[in-house]
Design a protein around this ligand. Structure first.
Ligand SMILES: Cc1ncc(COP(=O)(O)O)c(C=O)c1O
Length: 371
């Protein structure tokens, strides 16, 4: 028998969420963003499950792209931060990876590679030009896009269809005008070029795709929604149709009754106010469960919510199961997933679902269904 701690990955739920993204914006192409090991779900397995539903995958870096190619994924792959070296430009052309251009240095390096005929592949290099419309993290100024576009088109070696992309800072906040403001800055910067050149745009992340229909464009780039976590903190008709993909579960490995006044766990920080039954569960921060989850954070046992008491350890947590008379050793415990959203647990721990999912460590086996 092995340790019962597992991250179950429901690939049908993943496909359901991806189909929802496709259906919301049928005129667009979906780039499934599967960086950071597909937000902790396993990049190769996720890519295989989505291959027939999307025309491209988005990743952060060359290493992530090569992992997919080496595993036999033939779908075009886009590097969202572009190339970090001349070598990466050459490899991108060879392997059919498109490159974001997020600063002038990257643009120059690509123009150089084209003029020095370093790109030996027969296929022209596909590039996306990123505009900084207010997030101030990456991208060229919106009014530099047109001249950069012209330089790249004039070079011999870059494919003719150049996508213009931007990224939203606040799309998860449906009351915040910043998204409309970013759209305005983009349109202003592109000016007449947008209609003259009929430039394909890529704007929407998950929150924008779900909640800002005006941002749906030639390419959408959803990430978190694929994994069934709503980007919003409020109910939303489309986001509420998402299904959780990862269910983190474990089991009860010890049961004891403690008297009033006794404490539980490291720092002896939680004290029983009444006779209490404590279940010890085999999951801790070494398995991706957040140390910061305070007493009171719920887990699901027999379909009922029971509170954590005491501090999360590396390999264990302790639960008040006084209200569950039929609890036994070995009973299943759900930490998040079906019936208990990862967003709720992230909220208890003062973080976001993205962090809980992406930092899921190697120690936690991913179990895929269907396998
Ligand atoms: C450039 C870019 N596009 C799209 C995404 C996907 O975002 P989300 O997971 O919020 O859908 C990310 C993720 O951080 C990103 O960096």
């Amino acid at each position: 028998m092995s340790r019962p701690t597992k991250a179950l990955i429901n690939l049908e739920a993943l496909r359901h969420n991806c189909r929802l993204a496709n259906e919301l914006s049928p005129q667009s192409q979906t780039m499934a963003v599967i960086k950071a090991n597909a937000y902790g779900h396993g990049a190769v397995q996720v890519a295989r499950a989505l291959e027939d539903l999307v025309p491209a995958f988005g990743v952060a870096c060359m290493e992530e792209a090569l992992e997919l190619r080496d595993a036999g994924i033939e779908t075009p792959i886009h590097l969202l931060e572009g190339a970090f070296s001349d070598d990466e430009i050459r490899i991108a052309a060879e392997k059919n990876f498109s490159l974001a251009i997020v600063n002038h240095e990257q643009k120059k390096a690509i123009l150089n590679a084209c003029s020095n005929k370093q790109l030996t592949s027969n296929n022209p290099l596909r590039v996306w030009l990123c505009a900084d419309t207010g997030m101030h993290r990456l991208g060229l100024q919106p009014d530099e896009i047109l001249s950069s576009y012209n330089e790249l088109i004039a070079s011999n070696g870059v494919a003719n269809e150049i996508v213009i992309a931007t990224h939203f800072a606040c799309a998860d906040d449906l009351e915040n005008d910043f998204t409309s403001d970013q759209l305005r800055r983009l349109n202003l910067g592109l000016g007449k070029a947008k209609s003259l050149l009929n430039l394909p745009l890529s704007l929407a992340n998950s929150a924008a795709l779900l909640g800002w229909p005006e941002t749906r464009a030639a390419w959408n780039r959803p990430g978190i929604l694929l994994f069934g976590s709503s980007p919003f903190t409020v109910p939303h008709p489309e986001a509420d149709r998402l299904l959780p993909v990862m269910t983190l579960k474990s089991a009860v490995i010890a049961l004891r009754d403690i008297p009033v006044g006794d404490t539980v766990g490291y720092t002896a920080g939680w004290r029983a106010k009444q006779p209490t039954r404590i279940a010890t569960v085999a999951v801790g921060y070494g398995d991706g469960y957040p140390l910061q989850a305070p007493s009171g954070t719920p887990v699901l046992i027999h379909g009922q919510r029971c509170p954590i008491v005491g501090r999360v350890s590396m390999d264990m947590i302790t639960i008040d199961v006084t209200g569950l008379p039929n609890i036994s050793m070995g009973d299943e415990v759900i930490l998040w997933g079906e019936g208990l959203s990862v967003n709720e647990i992230a909220g208890c721990a003062g973080t976001i679902s993205y962090e809980l999912l992406t930092r899921m460590p190697r120690r936690t086996p991913r179990v895929y269904s269907p396998s």
